[in-house]
Design a protein. Structure first.
Length: 367
């Protein structure tokens, strides 16, 4: 801090100096900044050398829809820089993430099937830190309900892929089918074939927010100090995170507005149509659990309640229209946490999973 203060003071005094002196001083300032950056990068690389990344690979399945599942019987351990703990991803013979409390379909057990994207899969968390686990553990320990679950969540899924996975699995033995719905499940038009899906993903990258660009590009860059500096910036100044997130194409950020754009009106109409077309047996057991993005929690914490809740308000309307069970995202409680999401990665922390899981257990126990 002292060095930076001196640099700033020196810059302010440049106007009173001669041209040669200005050039010399400027060179010194640039040299100091470069040295600080090099030192930070060296320290960051020493820290990051102990981390590993990845997840279970995916297997593409044939069909018009761009559909894939995790590899069966996969096990991989990682240590992510934002959490520093060892995270184990493991799948069973059905390509589901291993369950901490498996459903066994005996006559007295309440069996729950969870579907969704990476939030339901449990990215950045071990199997007993996911909201799927906390839902069932709460039912057992606090509600005295014998319960078990299986996790059909897959990282990267959109709405169509989630519903396709429901259709491809035998769900007759489950009492409840939970879909952990996130806003990004609806980012792409839900009529994509394989080639159209790939084109849409490419388009979305071009239209993404600066936050999205960071995650897709800079986040994977070899300059590790950028990761640390960005996390510090976004943790210290939430409004900067919100601003950069909402700089994305207005179409994609439109779910953060209480007055929906034509783009998002179409997305909501597609969601309504897709849910309406589910068979009545699935719809009767379906629970839509809204999963918020970090920016929604920050907006709520900043007092922008109408825009923070805009997405889940529309989802609730759709569920009411279709007579589908709906559970809210618990934004007030999530906003009270020090960290509801990992700042750069964007997925839930274990603390957020506890809140969602316990609330969902309360909801299920009241049905």
């Amino acid at each position: 801090m002292c060095i930076l203060a001196r640099i700033i003071k020196t810059c302010m005094n440049l106007e009173s100096k001669k041209p040669n002196s200005i050039l010399k001083t400027s060179a010194i300032i640039i040299g100091i900044i470069v040295m600080i950056f090099i030192v930070l990068e060296i320290l960051a690389r020493k820290k990051f050398d102990s981390f590993s990344y990845g997840s279970c690979p995916h297997e593409k399945l044939p069909g018009k829809l761009f559909f894939y599942i995790p590899l069966k019987n996969c096990k991989i351990s990682i240590k992510h820089w934002e959490s520093s703990k060892e995270i184990v991803y493991e799948t069973d013979e059905n390509a589901n993430r291993i369950s901490s409390i498996p459903a066994n379909f005996n006559s007295s057990m309440t069996a729950i099937a969870f579907f969704g994207d990476s939030f339901t899969w449990g990215a950045m968390n071990n199997v007993d830190e996911n909201y799927t686990h906390y839902t069932v553990a709460t039912l057992k320990t606090m509600k005295d309900i014998d319960a078990g679950y299986n996790n059909f969540g897959v990282a990267g899924y959109n709405l169509l892929q989630v519903l396709e996975r429901m259709r491809r699995n035998d769900l007759k033995g489950y009492n409840y089918i939970v879909y952990g719905l996130t806003p990004n499940d609806l980012f792409s038009p839900q009529t994509a074939t394989l080639n159209e899906q790939q084109k849409q993903e490419s388009t979305n990258i071009k239209k993404d927010s600066l936050i999205g660009i960071f995650k897709k590009k800079i986040y994977r860059h070899k300059l590790q100090s950028i990761k640390v500096a960005s996390k510090f910036l976004f943790d210290s100044f939430p409004k900067i995170y919100i601003y950069l997130y909402t700089l994305r194409d207005s179409n994609l950020a439109g779910y953060l507005s209480s007055s929906s754009s034509p783009y998002w009106n179409n997305r909501y109409s597609e969601l309504l149509g897709q849910l309406k077309n589910l068979n009545s047996d699935i719809k009767s057991r379906l629970i839509i659990q809204v999963i918020p993005q970090r920016v929604q929690v920050l907006l709520y914490a900043e007092g922008d309640l109408s825009n923070a809740t805009a997405f889940e308000d529309r989802i609730e309307q759709i569920c009411n229209e279709l007579d589908i069970k709906y559970n809210d995202s618990q934004l007030p409680r999530l906003a009270g946490l020090e960290n509801s999401h990992f700042t750069i990665d964007g997925h839930f922390t274990a603390s957020a999973n506890v809140i969602i899981g316990r609330r969902l257990a309360e909801f299920i126990s009241g049905l």
